[in-house]
Design a protein around this ligand. Structure first.
Ligand SMILES: [Zn+2]
Length: 275
């Protein structure tokens, strides 16, 4: 859930097809394939506008497998280990190291090696969490990190549902977002976050009272709010605007009852021994 700059230029992506087309098995498909790439870019990869192509019998499988043959290559490895990423650009988890096809290659094998369709992501995001889901009802689709510039900003937060002792955590698009972005974000959150998000968020939530007590001797409503604001600033810098931790802290700061609960828990908590 963030905006990324394109990994390569349009010319780089098309040059890959020109190179492939030197092989007689691909020569007949070059023109239609380049046209598919152009349609992808012209429509920002939108699954409502880009239709899957049929290049003829057997071609689907061969296009699908092109990615398998190349995923160990230097270029895709570099994309997978993209430097400077603070969290997974797809789900916001603190882990990266894989690549996800924005338009899944099971449905769109013609984009299996198009780098504008390959997004650095965590293993969870690339392990079929989205399955062959391409979109919901228009405008409900996944956020595209290369084309959706608006994903640069904070776009979601975690709503904390009481009872706070056994809180539940509901991901929500920020109320300040406009349509259609709000619906796109809602669809994205519904489809990419899994059990790891629930477990990780529950852990962060339960460790907050001790963290607050360690750092804030006053434990007034004002000082605790200030402390949580500082935690959010650290999370924004260390993990990014749409990381799990930043979204949780935004949700807490928008909920005075949650802040009060954490303050009371901090007062009652026993500090761990000094090291
Ligand atoms: Zn992810």
């Amino acid at each position: 859930m963030q905006h990324l700059t394109f990994p390569v230029t349009v010319a780089d992506d098309e040059a890959e097809l020109t190179k492939l087309a030197k092989n007689p098995e691909w020569t007949p498909h070059q023109a239609a394939w380049i046209a598919a790439y152009q349609a992808y870019r012209a429509n920002s990869g939108s699954p409502f506008a880009v239709a899957p192509q049929n290049f003829g019998p057997g071609v689907h499988d061969r296009q699908y497998k092109l990615y398998d043959n190349r995923k160990g290559s230097g270029e895709l490895r570099r994309m997978r280990r993209k430097k400077g990423l603070k969290s997974c650009p797809v789900c916001g988890s603190p882990v990266i190291g894989d690549l996800d096809h924005y338009l899944p290659r099971t449905v769109f094998p013609e984009f299996s090696i198009m780098r504008a369709n390959l997004i650095p992501a965590c293993t969870h995001c690339n392990s079929g969490v989205k399955g062959s889901t391409v979109h919901g009802e228009n405008p409900r689709r996944f956020i595209h990190p290369y084309f959706d510039r608006w994903a640069e900003q904070a776009i979601w937060q975690v709503e904390i549902i009481s009872p706070f002792k056994a809180a539940r955590f509901i991901p929500r698009a920020l109320p300040s977002l406009e349509e259609p972005q709000k619906e796109i974000v809602a669809f994205h959150l519904e489809n990419v976050l899994g059990i790891q998000f629930d477990l990780s968020t529950a852990n962060e939530w339960s460790s907050l009272p001790t963290q607050i007590k360690l750092r804030d001797p006053k434990l007034t409503t004002t000082s605790v709010t200030h402390q949580l604001t500082m935690e959010l600033r650290v999370a924004l810098d260390a993990r990014g605007a749409n990381s799990w931790l930043a979204a949780l802290l935004r949700g807490i700061l928008s909920n005075p009852h949650a802040i009060e609960y954490l303050r009371n828990e901090a007062i009652a908590s026993v500090l761990p021994p000094e090291v």
